[in-house]
Write a protein that binds this ligand. Structure first.
Ligand SMILES: *[C@@H]1O[C@H](CO)[C@@H](O)[C@H](O)[C@H]1NC(C)=O
Ligand SMILES: *[C@@H]1O[C@H](CO)[C@@H](O)[C@H](O)[C@H]1NC(C)=O
Length: 457
């Protein structure tokens, strides 16, 4: 993880990029430079980044991963909810107090787990870093040298002094303004970012523009990124975050992407996939309405109206799936939460329905710490071998997304699987990444649709 690859600058490309920077400085607008892949359906070039689970290696300890990802999820649910609450209550008027109190919850995570990393190139010459791809974050940032208590040789830290395209932003810039509650102006007028996560992780440092590149598929200049000079907590084990959220400062917004999509492979499977920008949803996608929260655009909402389990239909009432007038409530799709968190009443009906429809598995039922419904199968069983009930999600337009056992079971030991659902009495329900695994999930930002396409990793 975090291998730094230095590529030699290519002379003509360099001249082109310098011209781009001059243009982008004049027009204050990201300059997109595509080397290949032109999407027939849109004028925007298609960019593709390699995407792999944090736990990439073939031999992983599923038990410790399951325990740590559950703890991480609980912290994340708190983080997501506190961000919404604070955005609604404080309306970002006081950034210095924006992240205080309730999100600072204690967790005892033994290791990290459950996230997905995208490889992105920074600067000129290009250095590549693996960033956590996160639809629940806005700012894209990475650890930068010189930094407090960081190891410049870890392969995680970018050195902007070696990049000809790095440009710090002033506090009066439009890009700095877009940071809203995540901005701090220094006394010398420079723009600083600050991000804090639910597990005491945080990063702060310069907010700057840089050229970002997508392997061989192109580059974009003048993108506002955070250069973390001080990074603490578990997040310090990563280079940083790729913010895929809906706000103006997020990466898709800044590069004016019409869409982005990902496919999440199972951790430990040894395979990887891609995070694509500006590519059309696959033809077999089930496209459901993507709803924006009119009060605060922080997450991607969908109207989940029900879950079918075998013969049973578990309704999700409008009081749960609709966003309330005050901006609370609703159901979000999140790449960074592992399990799916449901309203307690919906969860209880879902549990009952599952038990009724999974009686063929009853003999295999076992307990596993922290998880509700677990089964141990013969050694070598994979999720797709499990004879679980048919399951699907229903959405407000009548669309149905079918789920296989790999979408509703999480592996917690070599041959033990648990239902990847939990109750939450917080203000939003969350569709996590186990449910999304193995599908290409396309966020069609131009048409406000989320597409789910099976078997597209
Ligand atoms: C896997 O992790 C669990 C929990 O941390 C631990 O009890 C177990 O011994 C580990 N197994 C192996 C094979 O290392
Ligand atoms: C937040 O503040 C801005 C300007 O200060 C205002 O335009 C906007 O309507 C406010 N939003 C809410 C939800 O109060």
């Amino acid at each position: 993880m975090g291998r730094v690859v230095q590529t030699e600058p290519f002379h003509l490309l360099n001249i082109f990029i310098i011209a781009n920077i001059l243009l982008s400085t004049v027009f204050h607008h990201p300059i997109v430079h595509a080397i290949r892949h032109q999407n027939k359906h849109s004028k925007n070039p298609v960019f593709s980044l390699p995407l792999h689970p944090h736990d990439h290696q073939k031999k992983i300890n599923y038990t410790s991963l399951a325990i740590s990802s559950l703890a991480r999820d609980k912290a994340r649910v708190e983080y997501i909810n506190s961000r919404i609450r604070k955005a609604l209550l404080h309306n970002y008027t006081d950034p210095s107090n924006f992240f205080t109190g309730e999100e600072e919850i204690e967790t005892s995570l033994s290791s990290l787990g459950g996230g997905y990393l995208a490889k992105l190139g920074f600067g000129q010459p290009v250095s590549e870093f693996d960033l956590l791809a996160d639809t629940g974050s806005e700012v894209t940032w990475l650890q930068c040298y010189p930094c407090k208590d960081c190891d410049p040789n870890s392969g995680l830290v970018f050195d902007p002094s070696q990049s000809s395209t790095y440009q710090p932003l002033s506090c009066s810039s439009q890009q700095c303004d877009a940071l809203q509650g995540e901005k701090i102006c220094s006394t010398d007028g420079n723009c600083n970012f600050i991000v804090r996560y639910g597990d005491r992780s945080a990063s702060t440092g310069d907010f700057a523009t840089e050229t970002l590149s997508f392997g061989s598929s192109g580059s974009v200049g003048n993108v506002g990124i955070g250069c973390g000079r001080e990074t603490g907590g578990l997040i310090a084990a990563f280079s940083g975050i790729l913010g895929l959220g809906p706000s103006p400062v997020s990466f898709p917004s800044q590069i004016k992407a019409t869409s982005f999509s990902y496919c999440l492979v199972e951790p430990g499977s040894g395979s990887s996939s891609t995070l694509d920008f500006n590519s059309a949803a696959p033809g077999d996608s089930v496209n459901v309405k993507l709803v924006r929260n009119p009060k605060k655009d922080l997450y991607y909402y969908v109207e989940l109206t029900g879950i079918t389990v075998g013969e049973d239909q578990v309704p999700v009432p409008p009081s749960v799936y609709q966003i309330n007038g005050d901006g609370t409530g609703g159901v979000i799709v999140d790449s960074g939460t592992t399990l799916t968190f449901l309203d307690p009443d919906v969860y209880n009906s879902f549990q009952d329905a599952f038990q009724r429809n999974a009686q063929n598995l009853a003999d295999s039922q076992v307990n596993f710490q922290g998880y509700d419904t677990c089964y141990e199968f013969a050694s070598g069983t994979s999720a797709s071998d499990i004879q679980g009930p048919a399951m699907s999600l229903q959405f407000s337009g009548g669309q149905t997304v079918a789920l296989g056992p790999g979408n509703y079971f999480k592996r917690v030991a070599d041959s033990t699987f648990c239902l990847a659902f939990e109750p939450t009495n917080q203000i939003v329900s969350i569709i996590g990444n186990v449910v999304q695994s193995g599908m290409r999930v396309t966020y069609d930002l131009g048409n406000n649709l989320i597409g789910f396409s099976p078997n597209m990793c």
